[in-house]
Design a protein around this ligand. Structure first.
Ligand code: KIV
Length: 266
């Protein structure tokens, strides 16, 4: 059985210059196949609200849903490190909420939690880290603040915004996060942040200068028909494959071509 990667292994990737390959997963078998494919880190992301539950944003997901999906993923994985997202309003109201809900995700099988935000999130991060739970930060375009941004916009285009991202990354590192996701920031800024930090950065729409990459698995596999962000690479059209083969099944049933003798009991 392969050794389960830990927070220390993820940090060591940066030390030896090896890129961290990460994807999201929300169910047992997808997680199992990603693990077999060699994915280093699986995020049970709050993007599940959009790609699994069909909601418009991540904002209506609750901690119970994250717990169910974390359990499903944890049961399928042998090697990859599992990080679970703290959904909107599971940590913002108080540090007590933050640590109690982080603990629930760890009990469900996560090895670390991820939460969004810069300096405002530092008391929450410190309390969770002090309780023995590793935390991953998330800066740049943070989808739980969609209404503040007014859309899924690039963050860090102007010098003030870029300075805020750098300042927040350094503050998060000091607060004890083991890694930071940089979402939808210019590649030059992501590279600068990456060089300034000892801990690894994992980019999504942040160019190739990060210590690793993460994407939403549904975007990579073409299992989502709303929109494909510019930064995502679609490797296969699973939606099209499902439609094609489900259509063939429908035809076979209608024509009584399924089941045949070999698929029946005598
Ligand atoms: O929820 C999510 O999928 C994320 C990503 C970083 C992709 O937070």
């Amino acid at each position: 059985m392969p050794k389960r990667l830990t927070v220390h292994d993820i940090i060591e990737f940066k030390g030896r210059g090896e890129q961290i390959a990460s994807l999201t997963a929300y169910d047992h078998f997808t997680a199992k196949f990603l693990d077999r494919a060699g994915i280093d880190l699986i995020l049970v992301g709050d993007s599940m609200n959009m790609v699994v539950y069909g909601e418009e944003t991540t904002l209506t997901l609750d901690i119970e849903q994250c717990i169910y999906h974390t359990k499903a993923v944890a049961g399928g994985v042998q090697r990859a490190m599992i990080v679970s997202d703290m959904p909107f309003m599971s940590y913002q109201p108080s540090v007590r909420d933050a640590v109690l809900n982080a603990g629930k995700l760890i009990r469900a099988g996560a090895q670390a939690v991820k939460l969004e935000g810069g300096r405002a999130a530092i008391p929450h991060i410190r309390t969770i880290v002090n309780s023995g739970i590793p935390v991953m930060g998330h800066l740049g375009m943070t989808p739980q603040s969609i209404h503040k941004f007014g859309g899924y916009k690039l963050v860090g285009k102007n010098p003030d915004e870029a300075e805020r991202v750098i300042d927040a990354a350094l503050a998060l590192e000091k607060a004890g996060v083991f890694s930071i996701v940089l979402e939808k920031v210019p590649s030059g800024l992501a590279e600068e942040v990456t060089k300034k930090l000892q801990i690894p950065t994992i980019g999504i729409g942040a160019g190739s200068g990060c210590d690793g990459q993460i994407l939403v698995v549904n975007d990579v596999l073409g299992l989502f028909d709303k929109f494909k962000p510019k930064f995502a690479r679609k490797y296969v059209d699973l939606a099209g494959i499902i439609e094609k083969y489900a259509g063939e099944y429908v035809k076979d049933v209608k024509n009584k071509a399924f089941p045949d003798d070999s698929e029946s009991y005598r």
